[in-house]
Each structure stands twice: as structure tokens, then as C-alpha cells.
Design a protein around this ligand. Structure first.
Ligand SMILES: *[C@@H]1O[C@H](CO)[C@@H](O)[C@H](O)[C@H]1NC(C)=O
Ligand SMILES: *[C@@H]1O[C@H](CO)[C@@H](O)[C@H](O)[C@H]1NC(C)=O
Ligand SMILES: *[C@@H]1O[C@H](CO)[C@@H](O)[C@H](O)[C@H]1NC(C)=O
Ligand SMILES: [Ca+2]
Ligand SMILES: [Zn+2]
Length: 610
């Protein structure tokens, strides 16, 4: 059960007026998902009734092994989403599939008959079998398993992977304290020899999504059962943010993936070849491959500055107005008909400067020359790096292009820069909250500090927002956590929308800003709206102008919040690229899952009789 927490909000941030974040002066009700907060590592399944080896691996009918290629899947893998699943779990499964498609060649399709498939069911706990059993197999997602990274973990089992600490060479890297393991559960720390599982010639990976946490299956809450030989890694083992770099290497080796399915192009401009992008010699200005100077702006956060490497720059303080330079991608071949172009840009010149994103498409004759202007970014007073997303909808071969246009050279003291381009065949996020000066926020805030996002709109038109508690109530052996919480906000479309807003999935993602999308370990959590009530008897997800509180900053009503005190560890925030340039970047989506309420299909009876 969730407990109610009321926080009287006080504006405590010193110098808060310098932030681009509206701070609410309202009393905010936050209903944390206590169950998920307490769950720790949900795939330990202490109470599961299904016979499990190693925490979440169901005992398969016969012996199987990662080495044995008979247990490898053919793609796409057929799947069935049974209606025993929570709606939120169904949405999270589709998110996990998308992560596989983004980072590997593993693909999934709805079941259409045949004897081999994965049937997702809500049973006791989160568990899977290892490898394709070729009989149709269950993957269980019980309470608390409706989490993208947990589903990625279970699917890695299904694809043929065991836990990292069961490798034959694990004793070189970790100590297992069997005397601290709950009696009878010692088998969870089995080690397999190298005739049974293979490391695919990759080193031991403390950061693997397949590694246990230090306190797994322990007798005493304060004594770990696994410790790492290099102590720094005690805070890292058992992460469930996303696949590690090596998880992806192994997956792609095992399945001979040559390239990910939905990643079309990316460029961090670190090499002079600039990823095959081209400039026209006839342009009257030029994009220049530029090396940034570290540390002149922003604050040191684990040594990660956006300006520390190369980026592309066009100066706008020379030449004449309307001179421009076009930087064009190579020809790309889409597989889907929707894409998202994500990049970072900085405009330090005059407010008349423009950055225009163009598409050049196949005109029907095989020539890529049909032009479409996608978006224009104008200069303004904000001279910081900003993230941008431009949705594309193209099903024929195309190029994308960035045109930098000099607005008013006399008024400019800088130019336009771009960096870290990622083009994926995925949907752009509905909302982006870029929180500046995050290290300063962490230093100057306390447990009562709550920051509230602007109001955003979903694709359907619902208003919503998120709140962040830089120092939430949750702590563990790694230190403090930052919490995130979702709420609905009243908006201009409320008259035509359905109320209460049911069966919608809110997903909050804190972006890992690694330039390589395959290496990003973004932290994501989802919840799905239902008919629950607040403790004072209001329908939780009803129209906020009816059940919410007025917030003068957005001149709107904000409903009560639900979310996670344990959203992200401070330890992780400082470790990876979550706070590059001292910006925390948060994506928020609010999507209709109504079409997933009934998804169960029977497995082909003829196939089953065989
Ligand atoms: C970040 O903090 C620094 C120093 O505290 C301040 O000068 C700067 O204006 C802040 N930037 C933003 C975007 O709030
Ligand atoms: C757990 O370990 C701590 C530290 O060694 C000890 O003080 C405590 O008594 C132990 N608790 C139990 C329940 O054994
Ligand atoms: C990957 O390639 C190797 C060598 O060509 C082959 O033996 C193996 O069966 C392939 N694996 C899969 C899953 O296709
Ligand atoms: Ca770069
Ligand atoms: Zn597992």
C-alpha cells in the first residue's frame, strides 16, 4: 500500500530566481510508489512458488546452455501478452522491446502461430527460462516487475544469458559470502564452468544488467553476500538502469548482429570525417570542425563538459546577413515511417541567427532532392547548450541537413554550434525538461525542496508536469536519491478530453547524455493511470481543475503526484553522463494504452499437440 506524504513546500533554493524552472509555492501532495521504492531488486523473488534456480531463472525442462546454439532464437521472436499482466507491465514490455531494437538486431513480433514463443504472464515474481525452449515458454512479470530494465534483464535470460556472477572466473572479481546467505538459497550463487556458459571473450562486467546486488539473499540486512575485489564497484553491481556496454557487445556477438534495427545515424563530431556529413562548396559560409575549450563555462561535474570535445560551428559575427552554410547527412534508408532527430545546439550570436533543419527526400525518381523545412531555431538571450528533438515522418531514402544562417553580424559576438546528433526510428519524447545547474541545485537544496516542471502537453492534449525532489527520503548503501513524480495539469484541451484520464502510461526518463545512444543507460520508470482515489476521496486522475490545486506559475491547476523517491541514485548521477554540462535532462511521455487492455491470443492448438 502506498503511504501518503505531505510536504509543505518552502522555497529554499538560494538564488532560485536564476533558474529557468518555475518553483511552485503550492503545497504538493506526493504519493510515492512505496512498493517500488522498497522493492530493491525485484528479481530476487524470495517468496516465489515456482521452482527457481539463481533467483529468477525457472528450471527448464532439459539442460540448456548459452554455448548450445540449439537454444538460440530466430528473429523476430513471437510474443504473447496475456491479460493476466498489469497494463503498466504491457506498456513496459513494449518499451523494453524498443530498447533491444535500438541497441541490437533482436526483434519481436506478435504471435501468429508456431510452436516457439514467449508468453508474458503475471505469476509469482519476475523470472524467465534461459534460451529458446522451442515449446513456447513463460516469462513471468509479477508485482513490481513492470519496469523497463527488469524486463530487459528477464529477456536477456530468455535470449540465453545467465547472471554475471555465475561466470567461471567470477572468483577473480567478487567474493561470495556463503555464510551470509539465507540457508537453503546458496544455489543462487552457483558458478558454471566454461563448457556450459561462455563469456564470449569479454571481461567480467561489474556494470552488467545481469549482476546481483551486494545484499542479494542476505540473512542480515547490514551484511552483504557479494563484495567486489575493486571496492568502488560495490556501488555499481546490481544496477538496473539499462544494458551495460558489455551486455550489448555480448548480445550482438551471440546473435551476429551487424547493426541495431532502429538506429539510423549518430555523430558526436569527434573525428575529422564528421560521420560522412558533407558541406556544399558553393555555400557562402562554412561549418567549421571546432575543438571546444574545457571548463570556461559550466561547473565541473565529474569532468564532463559538453564543450570538451569537437563540435560543428558557424560564426555569425562575420560576413553579411543571410549568408548560410548547410551541413548535410549521407543518404539514409529508413525501415519505419517515423523517426526522431535529436541533437544539441548552442546559439551565441544575434537573435536574428537561425538554425534550420531540412529534409531532402527521394522525389520518386531515385534522386534525393525533394526539400522540406522541418523546424527553425532562432537565437535568443540563452547562450547555453540546449537539446532539440525534431520528429520526421519519412519512408523513402533521405538526407537531413542543418542550415546555419547569419542574422545580423554587427550584433553577433558568437555563432551557432551543433553536437551529438542521434537519428533513431523511434518517437520523439512528448516533453523535455532541461534542468540547468544541477550540481548547484543538489548542493543548495534539502529534503523539503521540490522543483516543479513547466506544464507540458501529451500527443492527445493532456496537460501534465513532473516534480523533482533533489534529495528524496530514500537512501541506501550508496547514499541519497533524487525522486521524480508525475501529475496531471489543467490545460486548453480539457473540455474535449476524457476524464478521469484512465489507462494512460506516464513514463519519466532521466537521460544519460553519452553521445553514443547504444551506451546510454537512461533511467526510466512508468506508471499507468487507474481508478484509484486520493486519501481524501477524490478520483486521482480526474480533471485537475476539479481535483487539483492552483499554481500561479503555470496559471493552471495541478493534480496530486505519483512517482518514486528511489528514482535515481546520487551515486549514478555523478558517475555517468546524466549531468553533462551540469544539465539534467528529463523526458516525459503520457500515452494511451487502451489498445493494450485486451492482447491475449491463444497459442496455436495444432502446434501444441505436436
Ligand atoms: C548557474 O549558476 C551560476 C553560479 O551559481 C550562475 O552564475 C548561472 O547564472 C546559473 N545558470 C543558470 C542557467 O541558472
Ligand atoms: C547483523 O549484523 C550486525 C553487524 O555485525 C549485528 O550487530 C547484528 O546483531 C546482526 N543482526 C542480526 C539479526 O543478526
Ligand atoms: C553466428 O555466426 C557464426 C559463424 O558464422 C555461426 O556459427 C552461428 O550459428 C551464428 N549464430 C546465429 C545466432 O546466427
Ligand atoms: Ca562532440
Ligand atoms: Zn536474473
Amino acid at each position: 500500500m502506498s503511504t501518503v506524504r505531505l510536504f509543505l513546500f518552502v522555497t529554499l533554493l538560494a538564488g532560485s530566481r536564476t533558474y529557468a524552472i518555475p518553483l511552485t509555492s503550492q503545497q504538493t501532495d506526493i504519493y510515492a510508489d512505496e512498493q517500488n521504492d522498497k522493492m530493491g531488486n525485484p528479481y530476487l523473488n524470495l517468496g516465489a512458488k515456482t521452482p527457481l534456480i539463481e533467483g529468477d531463472i525457472a528450471i527448464p525442462a532439459g539442460r540448456n546452455a548459452l554455448i548450445n546454439t540449439a537454444f538460440r532464437w530466430k528473429f523476430p521472436i513471437p510474443y504473447i501478452l496475456t491479460d493476466s499482466l498489469d497494463l503498466n507491465a504491457k506498456g513496459a514490455i513494449l518499451q523494453a522491446f524498443e530498447m533491444y531494437r535500438l541497441k541490437s538486431c533482436v526483434d519481436f513480433k506478435s504471435y501468429e502461430g508456431g510452436k516457439t514463443y514467449i508468453k508474458f504472464e503475471k505469476k509469482d515474481g519476475c523470472w524467465s527460462m534461459v534460451g529458446d525452449q522451442q515449446t513456447g515458454q513463460t516469462l513471468s512479470l509479477g508485482d513490481g516487475c513492470d519496469h523497463k530494465a527488469v524486463i530487459e534483464h528477464e529477456l536477456l535470460h530468455a535470449l540465453g544469458f545467465y547472471h554475471e556472477q555465475s561466470r567461471s572466473d567470477r572468483d577473480d572479481y567478487v567474493d561470495i559470502w556463503l555464510d551470509q546467505v539465507l540457508p537453503g538459497l546458496e544455489h543462487n550463487f552457483n558458478k558454471y564452468d566454461d563448457s556450459f556458459i561462455t563469456d564470449l571473450n569479454t571481461p567480467y562486467d561489474y556494470e552488467s544488467l545481469m549482476h546481483y546486488r551486494p545484499y542479494s539473499f542476505n540473512k542480515n540486512d547490514s551484511i552483504p553476500t557479494i563484495t567486489t575485489k575493486i571496492p568502488e564497484f560495490n556501488n555499481i553491481i546490481g544496477q538496473y538502469l539499462d544494458f551495460s556496454a558489455l551486455d550489448i557487445v555480448r548480445l550482438n556477438k551471440m546473435y551476429n548482429c551487424s547493426s541495431p534495427l532502429t538506429l539510423l545515424d549518430q555523430c558526436a563530431f569527434e573525428y575529422i570525417s564528421i560521420c560522412g556529413m558533407i558541406q556544399s562548396p558553393s555555400d557562402d559560409a562554412k561549418w567549421v570542425h571546432t575543438l571546444g575549450s574545457m571548463g570556461t563555462e559550466g561547473r565541473p561535474v565529474a569532468g564532463r563538459y559538453r564543450d570538451a570535445g569537437y563540435f560543428m560551428h558557424i560564426s555569425t559575427n562575420e560576413g553579411t546577413a543571410e549568408q548560410s552554410a548547410v551541413l548535410e547527412s549521407r543518404i539514409l534508408y529508413p525501415k519505419r515511417s517515423f523517426q526522431c532527430l535529436q541533437f544539441f545546439y548552442k546559439m551565441t550570436g544575434s537573435p536574428q541567427d537561425r538554425l534550420v533543419v531540412w529534409m531532402k527526400m527521394d522525389d520518386g525518381t531515385g534522386e534525393v532532392r525533394k526539400l522540406r523545412k522541418m523546424h527553425t531555431f532562432w537565437g535568443d538571450e540563452d547562450h547555453n547548450w540546449k537539446i532539440a528533438h525534431v520528429p520526421l515522418e519519412v519512408a523513402v531514402k533521405f538526407r537531413y541537413a542543418f542550415q546555419g544562417v547569419r542574422g545580423d553580424p554587427a550584433q553577433s559576438r558568437g555563432g551557432i554550434s551543433i553536437d551529438d546528433i542521434t537519428l533513431t526510428e523511434t518517437r520523439c519524447p512528448a516533453a523535455v525538461w532541461q534542468i540547468r545547474n544541477f550540481s548547484h541545485i543538489l548542493e543548495t537544496s534539502d529534503h523539503n525542496t521540490i522543483l516543479t516542471s513547466p506544464r507540458f502537453y501529451s500527443n492527445e492534449g493532456y496537460g501534465f508536469g513532473v516534480t523533482m525532489r533533489p534529495h528524496s527520503d530514500y537512501v541506501d548503501y550508496t547514499g541519497g536519491f533524487t525522486g521524480f513524480f508525475f501529475h496531471l495539469a489543467s490545460g486548453e484541451n480539457d473540455g474535449t478530453l476524457q476524464w478521469p484520464a484512465l489507462n494512460r502510461q506516464a513514463t519519466i526518463t532521466v537521460m544519460d547524455q553519452d553521445p553514443d545512444v547504444k551506451l546510454r543507460m537512461s533511467s526510466a520508470r512508468s506508471l499507468t493511470t487507474d481508478i484509484r482515489q486520493t486519501p481524501d476521496g477524490k478520483v486521482f486522475w480526474d480533471n485537475p481543475s476539479k481535483v487539483g490545486k492552483y499554481d500561479p506559475n503555470c496559471q493552471c491547476y495541478r493534480g496530486a503526484s505519483r512517482g518514486w523517491h528511489s528514482f535515481i541514485k546520487h551515486y549514478d548521477l555523478h558517475r555517468r553522463s546524466y549531468t553533462k554540462n551540469d544539465d539534467l535532462i528529463v523526458f516525459v511521455d503520457f500515452e494511451d494504452l487502451t489498445s493494450l487492455i485486451k492482447t491475449e491470443v491463444p497459442a496455436d492448438p495444432q502446434e501444441r499437440l505436436q
